[in-house]
Design a protein around this ligand. Structure first.
Ligand code: GLY
Length: 355
């Protein structure tokens, strides 16, 4: 697959990506090479990366724990200390091997250490490949509130190798599909049609879905890197999705949901809000709901939790003076930014989701 040029770095694919990665490590002045990985990616993905790396440099592995609760300032501190102990200087390079948690956290550690060292994302999850690893958003959570602290800081390269997807549990794979669906619903109807045609064993279509999603994400980020305007489209389904995800993160019991499952529910809600405010077809809303609930399952959104969801929504980092502006759609693939939405409409959408 043809490489995609981002702002000042390239997104490379498959074996060509490793050739470019090896070239960069060997030919540029890199004092120390580090890999940030979690327990799973270390066990299941690092063997492949190791085989593909043909370099004459020692690699220091920095392992982090698994899960969203690793995206904290404490984990950052541990990594900063380890990196300093291992003499990371401003010419060091970090390879982030993992999903969105690793690239968000590892990117933030790179952005802040010594006021910024280089890093490369090697996403191992579908969500990482089509969204999190691309576009320079790095960051960590603040308690149950997601991505409240962070920086826009670009990687030096992105390596996309779909072979890593074979190591992914089905639920995590589906989580990534919700971001692909986001691009289809809000930005590109042809992509939406391709998603509908996709079946789980169809690797050729999957590669097309990934490539097109990366193209869209890159196109949007190039036009609006710091989310002043257009980039907000990438939040379709995310305002309520993040609130739902935070709700489940804050619950003590272990029934956590994936980011993708929360965003998928958020997209049903956004579709319903679109029908309430912008005349988006109710028939299409029902089609989206049916597709999403079949593919991602139904999250239990209890009536007593509605007010918690509305409260969490106010903490959305995109909120301005406590008012969240939504991305809604007028048709599939046609978005409208900055839509003001009332609480009654949100409750109506939640009731619709639950019917
Ligand atoms: N994941 C949304 C963005 O990168 O803007």
């Amino acid at each position: 697959m043809k490489s995609i040029l981002a702002k000042d770095y390239q997104i490379h694919f498959s074996d060509y990506a490793y050739a470019e990665l090896n070239k960069m490590i060997e030919n540029t002045a890199i004092s120390k090479l580090f890999i940030i990985a979690d327990k799973n990616t270390l066990a299941f993905c690092y063997p492949r990366l190791k085989e593909k790396l043909s370099i004459n440099k020692t690699v220091e592995i920095l392992e982090i724990g698994i899960g969203e609760n690793q995206k904290t300032i404490e984990t950052c501190e541990q990594l900063w200390i380890k990196l300093c102990d291992l003499q990371a200087d401003r010419s060091a390079l970090i390879l982030n091997l993992g999903g969105g948690i690793v690239s968000d956290l590892g990117g933030f550690v790179a952005a802040t250490l010594k006021r910024g060292i280089r890093f490369i994302n090697i996403p191992t999850t579908l969500l990482g490949m089509v969204d999190a690893a691309i576009g320079g958003k790095t960051g960590i959570n603040l308690g149950a509130l997601k991505n409240q602290v962070g920086a826009f800081y670009n990687p030096s390269m992105i390596v996309i190798d779909t072979a890593y997807l074979k190591t992914l549990p089905p639920r995590e794979f589906r989580s990534g599909m919700s971001e692909i669906l986001k691009y289809g619903l809000s930005y590109d109807e042809n992509l939406y049609q391709l998603i509908k045609a996709y079946t789980e064993t169809d690797f050729v279509t999957l590669e097309k879905l990934i490539y097109r999603s990366i193209e869209i994400k890159n196109e949007v980020v190039l036009k609006d890197p710091q989310e002043q305007n257009l980039r907000k489209v990438l939040n379709f389904g995310h305002s309520l999705g993040h609130a739902i995800e935070s709700l489940f993160l804050s619950k003590l019991e272990e029934n956590h949901i994936t980011h993708g499952e929360a965003v998928a529910a958020g997209m049903v809600l956004a579709a319903h809000l679109s029908s309430q405010y912008l005349g988006f077809s109710l028939e299409k809303t029902a089609e989206i709901k049916c597709h999403i609930q079949k593919y991602f399952g139904q999250i239990e959104l209890l009536k007593p939790d509605y007010h918690l969801i509305l409260n969490l929504l106010k903490h959305d980092k995109k909120a301005e003076s406590g008012c969240v502006k939504f991305v809604l759609i007028t048709q599939i693939g046609r978005f409208k930014l900055n839509c003001e939405v009332g609480e009654t409409a949100i409750i109506k959408a939640l009731d619709y989701y639950n019917t």
